[in-house]
Write a protein that binds this ligand. Sequence first.
Ligand code: ZN
Length: 263
Amino acid sequence: MKKHASAYVTLLLLPVLCGLALGACGKAAPGNGDAPPASDAPTETVGEDGVKLSNDASDFVLLSEAVPDVILEIRYYSTYNFVGDRIDGYEEPVALLTKEAAAALKEVSDEMIAKGCRLKIYDAYRPQKAVTNFMNWALDAEDTRMKAYFYPDLEKDVLFPQGYIAEHSGHSRGSTVDLTLFDMNTEKELDMGGTFDFFGEISHPDYTDITEEQYANRMLLREVMLKHGFKPLAEEWWHFTLADEPYPDTYFTFPVNSDSVKK
Ligand SMILES: [Zn+2]
C-alpha cells in the first residue's frame, strides 16, 4: 500500500522465539502454432507520467507453488484493509511474484521452517489498477470507515501529501512482498509491536518504544530477509524488495489471479 501506491493511463532471543524445538517460532510466451489473438499478446505501454507499464506475466509464478509452506492472508482481496473493500485487480486470494523473488523467498521460508516459523504473506505483486484504487480512495475525504484500525492518529487528507499513498508502488514491479512470521508452536504470529498497514511511526522497523521482544521479532524477520537478498523499507517493518529485482523500471498491470501465470 502506501509509499509504494496516476493517473493510470491507458492502460536473538530469537532462536527461542522462533523455534528450536522449543518453540516460538502468465502468461507464457505463445507456443508454436498456438498464438493467441493479438489482443491477448503481452504488451508494453508508457503511462502519461512516463512510467513503463506491462501486462506480461510470463516471468511470474504463483507463490503457493513456489513456496508451498507460506500462509496467505491476502488483505487486499479481503475487506480487512485500510480501504475496507476488496481492492481493484485482486481477483483471487493468491500471491504472485517474479520467479527470482519467489526463489529467494523459498530460501527464507526454508530457514524459518527449521526454526519453527512459517511466513505469513499479506501482499506480493500488486497490479497498477490496485494502486490507482488506493489513490482514488485517498482523494475521497469522506470515506474514513477504517480510520480507527489503520490511521487513527492521522487525518485522511495527509495520506497522499505525506507519502503514505503514492501513484506507483514497488509492489507493482513484482519483486516486493509484505509479510510477518507465524510461530508453528503457538500457532500465532510473532508479536511485532505493530500491525500490518498501520499508518504511523510505530510501523518503522527501528521504532524503539516497543518491548525488547517485539523489537527482536522485527529484527529476526529483517535479518533473514536481508540474508537472502531482500532490502527493507524504513517506514514499514513488513515490507521487503528483492535488492536485485529483475524489473526495476516496469510496473505490471495483469490482475492477481492464478490464470495470469498459467502456462
Ligand atoms: Zn509493502
